[in-house]
Design a protein around this ligand. Structure first.
Ligand code: ZN
Ligand code: ZN
Length: 421
């Protein structure tokens, strides 16, 4: 029995699992670069105040889910529970407005929330996200949604639905909230404890309560309460998406959990994932930069949950190549064969092959066993005999075929063979 165990809600990612992470991260980078995004890496720890200010004192995240502690200097520090606030903090602190506007940033990395762990929901979870700062045009909302769609397609996913809404602005939202309060007031005694609390603090969240969905059916719809500006904006976003034949549906129940969203809000749901079906969420947040001390700067972005994307990839049986597979294992035994093996390993790597050189003192037989265990496609064997005749014995581990090659021809022959496999 191992003495130490990983903490609840955390995972060790290794073996066959890593290919999914490699795939998702490298595909995301590839697509983001195509759209002109640049990477930002912010610290995992931030001052607690940042999240209280941005995510909101009344949110579940701040009230129940943050990993907050005092450091040795007595400062209150929090492990980031989400990706946007740190990026906004960095944008303001580094005066990125001077880098040209708009600016497009992406990030990836671990986030931390103290929640009940379940499939697709860990306490240390991983998010990939993008943010655009410095533009309020409908075309930027459209581009962000088009990017989200292209990203999921690049992952090979098909079975998802894009849901879009506008949640208004500081001009039109207060009136809408009033009409929601009037609507829910008589229903409240029958609703869940969370809803009764949120009635005062975050009334719009009552719309997406899973327990009380029957009550929200006839609730007033924000799209009927939008001001002229929000309405024009939303309609234009929709027109752009139609122009590019993006599949979406307008869903007035999309309200997003966080206080700082304005205008466009969207979510992508995977249809095979059950309770944790939201794989991507995003929207516009025009007041957040100012809220944490920057100049008024409109912004929009989205975040993807990597664990959930991986669940979706598995659900859709998407085949992913394992970048860690070994092309050739170099086995050797006998005096001075190690020198020959080192040289061959260098040449084969230069040819672009993935090479595992035996590093232990053991028999050829045991080296073959090891090669088999790590699923090498070929083994090159250098024994005393091969050393004398300046040859290498090659074994194809899949077909079992074995042959001797003059050592000069090994790279050539392996490249041809491994291309054929
Ligand atoms: Zn408005
Ligand atoms: Zn409820």
């Amino acid at each position: 029995m191992a003495q130490y165990k990983r903490l609840k809600g955390t995972q060790d990612i290794f073996g066959e699992e890593t290919k999914y992470w490699y795939f998702v991260e490298s595909k995301a980078r590839e697509i983001f670069l195509k759209y002109g995004f640049k990477e930002i890496r912010t610290p995992i720890i931030e001052s607690t105040e940042l999240f209280k200010r941005s995510v909101g004192e009344t949110s579940d995240i701040v009230q129940k889910e943050m990993y907050t502690f005092k450091d040795k200097g007595g400062r209150s520090i929090t492990l980031r529970p989400e990706g946007t606030a740190p990026v906004v903090r960095a944008y303001v602190e580094n005066s990125m407005i001077n880098l040209g506007s708009p600016i497009k940033l992406y990030y990836m990395g671990p986030m931390f929330r103290y929640e009940r762990p379940q499939a697709g929901r860990q306490r240390q979870f991983h998010q990939i996200g993008v943010e655009i700062f410095g533009t309020d045009t409908p075309i930027s909302d459209a581009e962000i949604i088009i990017l989200a769609d292209e990203l999921l397609k690049a992952f090979g996913l098909k079975n998802y639905k894009i849901k879009i809404n506008s949640i208004g602005c500081e001009k039109c939202r207060p009136k809408y909230k009033e009409s929601l309060k009037n609507y829910y007031n008589p229903l409240l005694p029958n609703m869940c404890h969370d809803c009764q609390k949120r009635y005062e603090t975050n009334i719009m969240r009552l719309l997406d309560c899973k327990v009380d969905s029957k009550y929200s059916k006839d609730a007033p719809v924000i799209l009927d309460h939008l001001c002229e500006d929000c309405k024009t904006h939303f309609n234009k976003v929709i027109k752009y998406l139609d122009e590019l034949n993006i599949n979406y549906e307008v869903d007035p129940k999309i309200v997003r959990g966080l206080d700082y969203y304005t205008k466009t809000a969207f979510e992508i749901e995977h249809l095979d994932l059950g309770a944790q079906s939201a794989i991507l969420g995003g929207g516009r947040y025009n007041s957040l930069v100012e809220e944490i001390g920057g100049r008024e700067t409109p912004a929009i972005g989205f975040g993807v949950g990597v664990e959930r994307i991986i669940l979706a990839l598995k659900q859709e049986n998407i085949e992913i190549e394992n970048p860690e597979k070994i092309d050739i294992y170099i086995a050797y035994s006998g005096e001075k064969t190690d020198f020959e093996a080192l040289k061959l390993s260098k040449i084969l790597k230069k040819e672009g092959l993935k090479v595992f050189l035996n590093l232990s003192e053991r028999s050829i037989r045991n080296q073959m066993k090891h090669a088999n265990k790590i699923k090498a496609k070929f083994v090159a064997i250098i024994g005393e005999n091969e050393l004398k005749t300046e040859t290498v014995t090659i074994k194809n581990m899949i077909s079992g075929e074995q042959f001797e090659v003059e050592k000069f021809w090994v790279p050539q022959i392996l490249k041809e063979k491994s291309l054929l496999e």
